[in-house]
Design a protein around this ligand. Structure first.
Ligand SMILES: *Cc1c(COP(=O)(O)O)cnc(C)c1O
Length: 370
């Protein structure tokens, strides 16, 4: 059997007609930037996320950057990010010339550990950026409480967790202003790059909107030096179609995760995903851990099963962040996760037979290597 890590084809086949109609409507309309389709999608996404505002952006990295700039984050400020996040969370901080400060995750959920936050906060700290990693919501009550006690902003990086929630409240609706990504492989993905900002705050929303469009609220009047970081009409039209199917696809992801849970229990030293009792997990990724990660990965590849590692090098050890002066051992939890984590295939359209085949190959690996 051949099971790729990601296969968008089943999901896309199921909506092919609507997607072609969406394409045709934008094509025939001949209006491609900041028009009705973006407005419509922003309205739909705000409703979906239960926030007053949603603003389409060029991608997730730009959405994060716009969030930080809308709050006035600048050189000399510090922004707390998880030590085990995707590099984009950190890059956005650097683009504002603020300093990223890494805080280690909880060893069970892999999400920012609220009990470690206070030690990282000082006079320069301005923002906490929780990342709902792999699709599981962070412990938002505690994070919001600590932020409130210290007069800090919260920006959620919701790129991996569309539709997830903590204690019943949706991710992307907790922070002061929040970012998400519609990279094609995300739970809600465009047919190219895209992202969004969500917020209940009128002032932050207006600031982000201005910054993303050349610093301009009225055409050819530029109040600030802005960017071009917009979502386009074509992607917005595609995203409107896909948003209508997101709940169904999320239910499928959860089902596939439950098949993995059933088939992978008590195998070797394999650690399965742990879900915090108040967190929803929309399974952007199904990540297991083992001390034999690289060997298992090779074994699965030989059996036709694609896997990935999210992420093999933590941000503080990346060459791009050499200047921060960190060394191996500075964030041991993130470093251990980078050594042991393995993401198994998970995409709408996967069947129980796929999962059983993958589980059988994992079992046979551990039986031969005990
Ligand atoms: C994908 C991702 C981003 C960046 O999104 P892009 O649209 O690819 O720029 C940021 N943060 C996290 C956690 C992500 O997974």
């Amino acid at each position: 059997m051949n099971i790729p890590f990601l296969n968008l084809s089943p999901a896309h086949l199921s909506i092919a007609t609507e997607m072609q109609t969406a394409f045709k409507s934008v094509y025939d309309n001949n209006w491609f930037i900041l028009g009705e389709r973006v407005k419509q999608f922003e309205k739909e996404y705000a409703e979906f996320n239960r926030t007053r505002f949603a603003i389409g952006t060029s991608n997730g990295l730009d959405a994060l950057t716009l969030c930080l700039l809308s709050l006035g984050i600048k050189e000399g400020d510090e922004v707390i990010v998880p030590s085990n996040t995707f590099i984009a969370s950190v890059l956005a901080v650097s683009f504002t010339r603020a300093t990223p400060v890494f805080v280690e995750p909880d060893t069970r959920t892999y999400n920012l550990d609220p009990s470690r936050l206070v030690d990282a906060i000082n006079d320069r700290t301005k923002v906490i950026m929780p990342v709902h990693l792999y699709g599981q919501a962070c412990e938002m009550h505690e994070i919001m409480k600590i932020a409130g006690d210290n007069a800090l902003f919260v920006i959620e990086d919701n790129a991996q967790a569309h539709g997830s929630s903590f204690d019943g409240k949706l991710t992307g609706s907790w922070g002061h202003i929040n970012a998400t990504s519609f990279y094609p492989g995300k739970n809600l993905g465009a047919l190219g790059d895209g992202g969004a900002i969500t917020t209940d705050d009128e002032v932050f929303a207006a600031a982000a909107k201005k910054l993303q469009n050349y610093g301009s609220a009225a055409k050819y009047q530029h109040e600030i030096m802005g960017f071009n970081m917009r979502l386009d009409e074509m992607q917005a039209a595609f995203l409107s179609v896909k948003l209508q199917n997101l709940e169904k696809w999320t239910a499928e992801r959860k089902k596939i995760a439950s098949w993995y849970d059933e088939n992978l229990s008590k195998i070797g030293d394999l650690i399965l995903p742990f879900i915090h009792p108040k967190s929803d997990h929309v399974f952007h990724l199904y990540v297991v851990r083992t001390s034999k990660r690289d060997e298992l990965r090779k074994h699965l590849k030989d059996k036709g099963i694609g896997t990935l590692v999210h992420y093999p090098i933590p941000p503080h050890l990346q060459k791009a962040y050499e200047h921060l002066g960190y060394a191996k051992g500075d964030f041991p939890i993130a470093e251990e996760l980078a050594q042991s984590s393995l993401s198994l295939p998970l995409w709408p359209g996967m069947t129980e037979q796929h999962v059983e085949y993958i589980a059988a190959q994992i079992k046979s690996y551990f039986e031969a290597h005990n």
